[in-house]
Write a protein that binds this ligand. Structure first.
Ligand code: DTR
Ligand code: ZN
Ligand code: ZN
Length: 322
């Protein structure tokens, strides 16, 4: 909910040179800065109640489609239609990419949405798998990442800041059957398109009820803004060892594209050291409903979900906003 990062300050001349002034332009009186100093646009505080509303829609979609959103089902296709409709209403041009090789027979498409501003040769991608396993509705895995990403895309459109670089969002099909949608996407890119992707950020299980704060490839420069945000909350994030090679960042990594992302953990058990610093139950799984029918709306850690959603916004703004 709160924004730990101080709003950056620039001289009025610099800001005027850049174009539109932000809405809240007055500098706080206690900064000691010049009276002409103004606030530059900072990342928005992404509203977790809106993220939860997207999750509720995905839950309802599963409920009317046999209880799951597996890639080959109407529940998956309805999930795609929901995300696509929200993005189109916000002004995105959205592409459904059919997965024509390597996917499970009958799997629905990937969904790709690009914000049409900023340098198209410097692309920052943010992705989450939208399919669930057949056992349940997949709220933490991976309604959580999908909904956090969707609300970030809508917040970007709503704020409409001047863009330095290009932002592309992806919701992947058929992750649960072998990372197939993201693998197809990466293999469909030309070498020029691949090298234009400066980083890919993945969000898979970002609201585990007994979770931890994990970052993929935490020491890399791609991870720096993700880590800086969680560090600013005092969360002491750790490397996502459990998830290494097990989600949609892997095909990007294999193609030589820098990757990172957030996760709160799956079936591995929380250590006593982790319980000491993060709370929760040592010796229990990060997500006790991993790949089970109980991965419902009650299996969502709203605090973790909020911290992930806000950290995505921070990273997106750092990497791509002017
Ligand atoms: N890709 C996940 C599998 C997974 C296993 N461990 C982790 C840890 C963090 C994130 C994801 C995972 C799945 O979709 O099942
Ligand atoms: Zn997953
Ligand atoms: Zn899974």
């Amino acid at each position: 909910m709160r924004r730990p990062f101080a709003v950056a300050s620039f001289s009025l001349a610099v800001v005027l040179g850049c174009g539109t002034l932000p809405a809240a332009a007055a500098a706080p009186a206690d900064t000691g800065r010049s009276a002409t100093a103004v606030n530059a646009l900072a990342a928005p505080d992404v509203d977790v109640t809106k993220v939860r509303a997207h999750l509720s829609e995905l839950s309802a979609i599963a409920a009317r489609n046999g209880g799951n959103r597996r890639s080959t089902t109407q529940g998956y296709r309805d999930s795609v239609a929901y995300v696509k409709g929200k993005l189109q209403a916000a002004g995105y041009t959205v592409t459904e990419q059919p997965c024509t090789s390597g996917c499970t027979s009958g799997a629905g498409p990937n969904l790709i949405a690009e914000w049409p501003q900023g340098d198209a040769n410097n692309v920052y991608m943010f992705g989450a798998h939208l399919d669930s396993v057949s056992a349940g509705p997949g709220m933490n895995d991976n309604g959580s990442g999908s909904a956090a990403l969707l609300e970030n895309a809508l917040a970007l459109a709503q704020q409409n800041p001047a863009m330095r670089n290009r932002v592309r969002f992806a919701w992947w099909t058929d992750e649960e059957q072998g990372l197939n949608g993201s693998n197809f996407y990466v293999r469909s890119l030309s070498s020029t398109q691949r090298s234009g992707i400066r980083a890919y950020y993945n969000f898979d299980m970002v609201a585990s009820t007994n979770g931890g704060y994990f970052i993929n490839r935490i020491t890399t420069s791609a991870a720096a803004p993700m880590k800086a945000y969680w560090d600013s909350l005092g969360l002491q994030p750790e490397e996502n060892t459990e998830g290494a090679g097990r989600s949609d960042d892997y095909p990007f990594q294999q193609a030589g594209i820098p990757t990172s992302g957030y996760a709160m953990g799956a079936s591995a058990r929380k250590t006593s050291a982790q319980a000491a610093k993060w709370g929760g139950t040592a010796g229990s799984a990060y997500d006790p409903c991993y790949h089970r029918s109980c991965d419902t709306l009650t299996n969502i850690n709203t605090t973790g979900l909020n911290r992930a959603a806000d950290g995505i916004a921070h990273t997106l703004w750092q990497q791509a906003v002017s």
